[in-house]
Design a protein around this ligand. Structure first.
Ligand code: SF4
Length: 194
């Protein structure tokens, strides 16, 4: 049984796949408690594997992003990944990097968003992209540490949102002091889509 918050179709709003039509499958539960977390990860419903694949198939997009919460904590994920692959889906995963199950090697794209508050708990060593939220003046040191720890193709800094305000200045300052990092705007927040 899969414990879920929501399933919806939209465009990926951040990182290299920005603009890609995807079905977001948001799993309940997270092993961290970031102070600025704005994601409600309380379980809303449960689905069997068959029903979950059927729900995803009801949308038009042929790409799926498994997100949370923290999707790498889902014990039944290998069966879902296998079923979605068999159905021809491109699969992306969004993870905080504190858990590195073997099935991550079976998906098409891994986006890691490590959290500065939990730097010591990051165990992921490889991803397609790393995205760091510029939440404080220490973002630059954290980005450098994560770049040494996680091998990836792309590294992004995202502006932090606090009380509905997007803090672009801290992200810009961090990018000016980093090499090889780009800005990832959370397009869904700027354009107001979900
Ligand atoms: S890792 Fe993500 S979902 Fe979990 S508490 Fe932090 S911001 Fe929220």
């Amino acid at each position: 049984m899969y414990h879920l918050v929501e399933i919806f179709e939209s465009l990926q709003g951040e990182g290299r796949n920005t603009g890609r039509p995807v079905v977001f499958v948001r799993f309940a539960g997270c092993n961290l408690a970031c102070p600025w977390c704005d994601t409600d990860v309380r379980q809303r419903f449960e689905l069997t594997l068959e029903d979950l694949v059927r729900e995803v198939g009801g949308f038009r997009a042929k790409s799926v992003i498994l997100t949370g919460g923290e999707p790498t904590l889902v014990k039944e994920m290998p069966a879902l990944v296998a079923a979605l692959k068999a159905a021809g889906y491109w699969i992306g995963v969004e993870t905080n990097g504190t858990n590195a199950p073997a099935w991550l090697g079976d998906v098409d794209y891994v986006a890691c968003s490590p959290k500065a508050e939990y730097a010591d708990r990051v165990v992921l060593t490889r991803a397609d992209e790393v995205r760091v939220v510029a939440s404080s003046g220490e973002t630059v040191d954290f980005c450098r540490a994560m770049r040494e720890r996680i091998a990836a193709t792309d590294y992004y800094v995202s502006p932090c949102e606090r009380n509905g305000e997007i803090d672009f200045a801290t992200a810009k300052d961090a990018l000016g002091r980093l090499d090889g990092w780009s800005l990832s705007v959370q397009l869904h927040k700027v354009l107001g889509f979900r």
